[in-house]
Design a protein. Sequence first.
Length: 207
Amino acid sequence: MSKLVIVTSMVQALLGDATADFACTPTDALNFGHRLGEVVLIATVASTVAQYEAVGTLAGFQNGATGRARVHLEQINSLLSPVPVFADLPSQQAIFEIDNEIFEGVIAQGTGDAQFDEEATIFRGFSSSDILDQLASQSRRRCVFSDVITYKGVATIIRPLSEGGSAHVSNFLFLDREPSELFTRQCWTVGPSFGIILDTQSAGPDP
């Protein structure tokens, strides 16, 4: 599955769950309008230097009366360190596609992970402390799995970014560490009517 890159010459601080509009072409809006909600990379171009600097969520497009268009991104957060773009950028389109493997490599390098880790990327790139604080407050520190009050709770992603998941708090569960590890290993999940489905073979005799 391919990932999208937004190319911009804007110089701004892309931090703190920001929202911004970037110039694109009407062709971009036509080609990629069906991919709303996806996590995208943002590449900045200054002179002859191009580098990946941030990630955001594709939230919409707007076509102007003059034949110009804008792409709207939300939940924009800078990578911990910029990553050089080792490819020729398109001269016309402001949005282009890259392979999922390249996307994961950029995220891993930009967050300091030698090996791509979806959960670690979420925590480093999307203000995990804010998400965890909000989840803990909403649940009154009760683990979603056990309903036991815990002070070792973690924000556990439900649908990974690589599968179209969002960095929004609604895509996380407040779990104690042990059930969080079991959820990440797909030993259990949430079924219809919010019932818990447990894979006892994967979880072991005493999950």
